[in-house]
Design a protein around this ligand. Structure first.
Ligand SMILES: Cc1ncc(COP(=O)(O)O)c(C=O)c1O
Length: 392
């Protein structure tokens, strides 16, 4: 039985091995998850039940149900002052992850390149590679506060003719960075100069605690160059519904829709009905989750600042902290995966090694605070003891 080179060449994950170890151990506190610990709000669950009782279990139109696409267009108008045509500029997908794959499939031919600010969400690099295209890392450095810098983007472009797109998430998974207007404007200028697209992943748009979330699509001259990806998984705590969407130029959304026919076919019908209710119903649930995340964020920032050997650029968004680790083993800096495995085995705390998010993630760990406040407190106590045992 022969498996494709595409699959065989996917990077082997250290985290999968570490998670397996965690599953075999007792009493582990996980600061690993990339999903909300909150339950989906009741009014959304009720809408789902009503949809099932009304036997809404058939396929939906390929690009999504009309009322959901109209609710998305209304959201763009209300929140971003961007006017879009719901029929031709929106595609509803099985999570935003499917939309990301479709977008890359729609624009990348084999041998072409996508720029990837690194460290990045762990889907981006394998997705590009699985299309026989090349992800080109643009370093996001601690010394720059993980902000994207125009000069670093320019330096990463080797052959402008091969670069088709850049993908970035703001707020960022894994660093929690909210990209500043200056970063985005520098990027917009380069996208125009070199004629590439910007894929803007806004999965965490609702969780910004400091500063302001700016959409690339709202910058002057960018409306024809930007595809925006949004998700219900984080904002409305609906990860298991597998529902997200992309908004962009008609030509790209049209190509994505044709490809979607052979991938998801249509996003789950009851999830689309629930998602429509999420967008049009009361929005207080978002503020409640955001306030709680922010309380935990402050705890994590404070506790990390007290641990010798960890340094943190304060995260302004999402629900992650991405500290650097400065411990030595036999005279050499401890790699992220070694640190994460030792932390799990000795202290019973699960974190994600930074290398899962790209090669510039070496020397960092990702701590998720999508876990209850008391558990975070306990995990930070254990991490502090563990770190002081390592010495510096
Ligand atoms: C930055 C980012 N984009 C996209 C996704 C995928 O979300 P969805 O559940 O909508 O597929 C995630 C999930 O962790 C994420 O962190």
């Amino acid at each position: 039985m022969q498996i494709s080179e595409r699959e065989l060449e996917l990077r082997k994950s250290d985290f999968v091995r570490i998670v397996k170890l965690a599953e075999e151990s007792k009493g582990v506190i996980s600061l690993g998850p990339g999903e909300p610990d909150f339950t989906t709000p009741a009014f959304i669950r009720q809408a789902t039940k009503r949809a099932l009782d009304a036997e809404k279990t058939h396929y939906s139109p390929i690009s999504g149900r009309k009322e959901l696409k109209e609710a998305v267009a209304a959201k763009f108008r209300r929140e971003k002052h961007i006017s879009i045509d719901p029929e031709s500029q929106v595609i509803v997908t099985c999570g935003s992850n499917e939309a990301l794959l479709l977008a890359f499939m729609a624009v990348l031919d084999p041998g072409e390149e996508a720029l990837v600010p690194d460290p990045c969400f762990l889907s981006y690099i394998p997705t590009v590679e699985s299309l026989n295209a090349y992800p080109v890392s643009v370093p996001l450095l601690e010394e720059d506060g993980f902000q994207l810098r125009g000069d670093r983007v320019r330096a990463a472009i080797r052959d402008p003719k091969r670069v088709r797109a850049i993908i970035l998430s703001s707020p960022s998974n894994p660093t929690g960075t909210v990209f500043k207007r200056k970063s985005l404007e520098e990027l917009a200028d380069l996208a125009i100069e070199y004629d590439f697209l910007v894929f803007m992943d806004e999965a965490y748009e609702k969780f910004v605690y400091k500063g302001k979330h700016i959409s690339m699509a709202s910058l002057n001259g960018m409306e024809d160059r930007v595809v925006t990806f949004q998700s219900f998984s984080k904002s409305y705590a609906m990860p298991g519904y597998r529902i997200g969407y992309a908004v962009g130029p008609e030509k790209i959304i049209g190509a994505m829709t044709r490809l979607h026919t052979y991938a998801g076919l249509s996003a789950p019908t009851m999830s689309q009905i629930a998602a429509t209710r999420a967008l049009t119903g009361p929005q207080g649930c978002i503020a409640r989750m955001k306030n709680e995340y922010n309380r935990r964020r402050k705890l994590v920032i404070k506790r990390i600042s007290d641990i010798g050997g960890l340094e943190l650029v304060e995260p302004d968004g999402a629900f992650y902290a991405f500290p650097s680790i400065h411990f030595k083993k036999r005279g050499k800096l401890m790699p992220s995966a070694v640190f994460a495995e030792a932390l799990l085995k000795k202290a019973g705390v699960l974190v994600v090694p930074g290398t899962e998010f790209g090669r510039y993630g070496e020397g960092f760990i990702r701590i998720s605070y999508a876990t209850s406040y008391p558990l975070i407190k306990e995990a930070m106590d254990k991490m502090e003891d563990f770190a002081s045992g390592l010495g510096l």
